[in-house]
Design a binder for this molecule. Sequence first.
Ligand code: GDP
Length: 181
Amino acid sequence: SPSLSSPQKAYKIVLAGDAAVGKSSFLMRLCKNEFRGNTSATLGVDFQMKTLFVDGERTVLQLWDTAGQERFRSIAKSYFRRADGVLLLYDVTCEKSFLNVREWIDMIADAAHEMIPIMLVGNKADLRDSASAEGQQCVSGYFGEKLAMTYGALFCETSAKDGSNVVEAVLHLAREVKKRT
Ligand code: GDP
């Protein structure tokens, strides 16, 4: 068993997805259990640590937040290279962010040595009903699930605002990551 003198391995998890899908908010919900209505755009890359118990085993995650902006894609790519797993977010009320998922997956596959576990996350699920009522085109869970299956990715829908499924999504991914390493 690991002693205090041998630091435990921290699994590197990278957050990816278009700007404004809620990556920073997701991370803030996960690590601080907080939500702020108006966050400014992420600049560059920053990370947070989170300790979880995965099937009773203490597991340390190092979560990297990347910016979704086009000009930061080269930076994001260098993070995928060292990632053990990816949380790939889109916004269920923004079809464009869902259509861009394929591009993100191609980028991950291109950068990583082997296919690393990906959790596809449809975020802002709390907004879907009101957005649909206003006539906005939203992404159904069915299409999210289908796309995830195409790429052998895991899938869930979350809300960084009300916190639903955030920890579950990360736990599920961490379990898959540990299985493969
Ligand atoms: P990022 O650019 O991907 O890091 O996105 P942010 O975390 O900055 O979020 C963009 C905007 O969406 C902010 O105004 C957030 O408050 C909001 N937001 C993020 N996640 C959610 C969510 O789950 N539900 C709702 N209603 N708003 C969210």
